[in-house]
Design a protein around this ligand. Structure first.
Ligand code: NAD
Ligand code: ZN
Length: 342
C-alpha cells in the first residue's frame, strides 16, 4: 500500500494517458455513465485492446453476483497480470472496480476515473474498495490504491442535481473537520458552485482531495485520525438505511445531529452551530427528517461496526474547522439529539 496518491484534475479526458504497456484494459462503468462518456474515453485508448463491463446503476450492483460476473467476463476476455482495470463512474463503480482490480490474479493495476462529486472528493481517494453482502455494507473489501485518479470535472455537469448537492455535503465536511477557511471559500463562491463553474469546481475538488490525502496518509487503515472523515456518518448511516435517504443528504442531517450534541456538551458555541445551518441552507441540504423512529436509528448505530460495546464512538466538532473522536457518548444523549433534530 505504500503507493503515492496521484490525482489529476482536468476538464476533459484528453490527458488520460497510460505510461505502462498494458496488454488489455477492462473498463468497468455503469449504464448511465457509459452512454455519455465511453466514446471519449475509448478515443484516448484506441491503441489498446479494451473491454467494457457496464453494470446497472445503483447500490444493488455492489454485490457478490456482479463481482463474480465481472470476474467471469475478465477471465473470458483473457485479462492477465499485465492488464489494467479502469473504473469510470461514481462510488459504486469505483468500489466494485477497485475490488476486482485488487483481487484479480492477486492484484492488477487500477485507474479511477470518478464522475460524481462524491467519488471525486471522497470515494476514489484512500484505497477503500468493497461490495455489500446482503444488508451489510462494504463488509467484503480491500485497501488498494489506484496508480492514479483522473477526475474530469466537466462530468459533473451531467449529474442529477440531487447527486451533485449530495456530494456538496461531503465537500462541506472537509471544511468542518480540517480547514474552516475552506467553508468561507465555499460561502464566498456559492453561486459559482451552484452554477457549476468549472474553475471553481476544480479548486473545490482539489482542496478536498488534498485534505483527504493528508488524512489517509497518516492513517491508511482507519485506526486513528482517519475516523474524523466519518463526521455525521454514524447518525447518517441509520437515516440512510431507514429513511431511504441518499448518502449525502443523510450526512448533512447526521452532521446537524453531531453539532447539536456538541452544542449541548458546550464543545462549540451557538454561533458556529447556526453558521453550519446557514451553509447547508445555501445548498438546499436537509438538516431535519420526519417519519423515522429514533429507536430504529439507534439500533442501526448499535450495529455499526464503528461502535464498540455500550458507548458510542462519535466525531464531534470542538472548534471552527476542528473535530475530535469521542468514545463516551451515551445512549441517552443520542436519543435526545435525534428527537431535537426531528
Ligand atoms: P453512484 O455511483 O451510484 O452514482 C450516482 C448516480 O449517478 C448513478 O445513477 C450513476 O449512474 C450516475 N452518474 C455517475 N456519474 C454521472 C455523470 N457524470 N453524469 C450523469 N450521471 C452520472 O453513487 P456515488 O454517490 O458516486 O457513490 C456512492 C457509493 O460510494 C456508495 O456505494 C458508497 O458506499 C461508496 N463510497 C465509498 C467510499 C470509499 O472510500 N471507497 C467513500 C464514500 C462512499
Ligand atoms: Zn460519506
Amino acid at each position: 500500500m505504500e503507493k503515492q496518491i496521484i490525482v489529476h484534475i482536468e476538464n476533459n479526458f484528453d490527458n488520460l494517458v497510460l505510461k505502462n504497456n498494458y496488454d488489455k484494459i477492462l473498463i468497468i462503468t455503469d449504464e448511465n455513465v457509459k452512454k455519455i462518456y465511453i466514446d471519449s474515453v475509448l478515443k484516448k485508448l484506441s491503441n489498446h485492446k479494451t473491454y467494457i463491463y457496464s453494470l446497472i446503476p445503483g447500490e444493488e450492483s455492489k454485490s457478490l453476483k456482479v463481482y463474480s460476473d465481472i470476474f467471469e467476463y475478465a477471465i473470458s476476455s483473457g485479462l492477465t497480470r499485465k492488464s489494467l482495470v479502469i473504473s469510470l463512474g461514481g462510488g459504486v463503480v469505483g468500489d466494485i472496480g477497485g475490488f476486482v482490480a485488487s483481487t484479480y490474479m492477486r492484484g492488477i493495476d487500477l485507474v479511477h476515473c470518478p464522475t460524481t462529486l462524491l467519488a471525486q472528493v471522497d470515494s476514489s481517494i484512500g484505497g477503500k474498495t468493497g461490495i455489500n453482502i446482503g444488508n451489510y455494507k462494504n463488509v467484503m473489501g480491500t485497501f488498494y490504491n489506484p496508480i492514479y485518479i483522473y477526475s474530469n470535472i466537466s462530468t459533473l455537469k451531467t449529474l442529477k442535481r440531487e447527486d451533485f448537492i449530495g456530494g456538496m455535503s461531503e465537500v462541506i465536511k472537509y471544511g468542518l473537520i480540517w480547514d474552516y477557511d475552506f467553508i468561507s471559500f465555499i460561502e464566498y463562491n456559492k453561486e459559482k458552485i451552484l452554477n457549476l463553474d468549472i474553475d471553481i469546481l476544480k479548486e473545490v475538488v482539489k482542496k478536498c482531495a488534498d485534505i483527504k490525502i493528508k488524512v489517509v496518509k497518516e492513517d491508511e487503515r482507519e485506526n486513528g485520525i482517519r475516523k474524523i472523515l466519518n463526521l455525521g456518518h454514524s447518525f447518517g448511516h441509520g437515516l440512510e438505511k431507514i429513511g431511504k435517504l441518499s448518502h449525502g443528504y443523510a450526512v448533512s442531517i447526521g452532521t446537524n445531529m453531531a453539532f447539536k450534541l456538541a452544542l449541548r456538551r458546550e464543545l462549540i458555541d451557538s454561533e458556529y452551530y447556526y453558521k453550519l445551518l446557514d451553509v447547508y441552507k445555501y445548498f438546499n441540504l436537509p438538516t431535519t427528517f420526519k417519519d423515522i423512529d429514533e429507536k430504529e436509528i439507534l439500533d442501526i448505530m448499535k450495529k455499526d461496526k464503528k461502535n464498540s460495546f455500550s458507548k458510542y464512538n462519535l466525531i464531534l466538532p470542538i472548534d471552527y474547522g476542528k473535530v475530535d473522536v469521542f468514545d463516551d457518548v451515551t445512549e441517552e444523549e443520542i436519543l435526545i439529539t435525534i428527537k431535537e433534530v426531528k
